[in-house]
Design a protein around this ligand. Structure first.
Ligand code: CA
Length: 233
């Protein structure tokens, strides 16, 4: 899960980023509204934490422009004391939830869980596809009685593949989702991690495979999968 954290107070931003990372979220922190909007418009985020009072573009303007661009990513607004009118405007503009500062970190985490659950229907803690089951809490991948531990990046890739099985994921999308924008990750990192994942799928005896589609990207498929959607175009 990739979070865009938009908060201009450095200490709060740093504290939140540390706590969220510890909770296995991947966090990109930005400090002004203009950059926040640019990054959010890429569509790679699973949730935004958006402060209202920001330099550049304020949080409500960021939110309105996102919604105007049909970006339905869940947004949690952060407001300072006395911004009740802003919160109401924010909810009307399409925010999914809000918290007034100072807030309790456990409450923030609970709200994030609730927002992402309703958005992605991720009430389950185990994702399944064909003979695979991925435990989202432990990062273990199961096939029947066999299981294997996935390292952090492998886990994030596998989660993307299972959630989007049968769909081609481009290298660009995989890189952005797993490594983010600021990383020095080259695309061939994706290839390296996919080769790790293929070995692990083999090790647990899965019939599924991550196929390379030349010039397009990668797709997770089971042997009896229906014809992939791209074949019709
Ligand atoms: Ca602020």
């Amino acid at each position: 899960m990739r979070i865009l954290l938009v908060e201009d107070e450095p200490v709060l931003s740093e504290t939140l980023a540390a706590i969220l990372s510890h909770q296995h979220y991947t966090v990109d922190a930005v400090f002004d509204g203009t950059q926040a909007l640019q990054m959010a418009l890429t569509g790679i985020y699973d949730v935004l934490i958006l402060d209202i009072n920001l330099p550049g573009l304020d949080g409500l303007s960021v939110l309105r422009q996102l919604r105007a661009a049909q970006q339905e990513v869940p947004v949690l607004l952060l407001s300072a004391k006395g911004e009740v009118a802003d919160i109401i405007q924010g909810l009307d503009a399409g925010a999914n939830d809000y918290l007034a500062k100072p807030f309790n970190i456990e409450e923030l985490l609970a709200r994030l869980r609730a927002m992402t659950r309703s958005h992605l229907n991720r009430s389950a803690t185990v994702l399944t596809f064909a003979d695979l089951a991925l435990d989202l809490q432990t990062g273990r991948l199961f096939c029947g009685v066999k299981q294997i531990h996935l390292a952090a990046k492998e886990f994030q890739l596998m989660e993307l593949f299972i959630r989007n099985h049968g769909q081609i994921l481009t290298k660009e999308k995989l890189t952005q989702k797993v490594w983010g924008f600021d990383s020095q990750a080259e695309y061939n990192n994706v290839e390296v991690y996919i080769s790790f994942l293929r070995k692990k799928l083999q090790a647990i005896g899965s019939q599924t495979h991550i196929y390379a589609r030349r010039g397009l990207g990668y797709v997770l498929e089971a042997p009896n999968a229906a014809a992939p959607p791209y074949s019709s175009t």
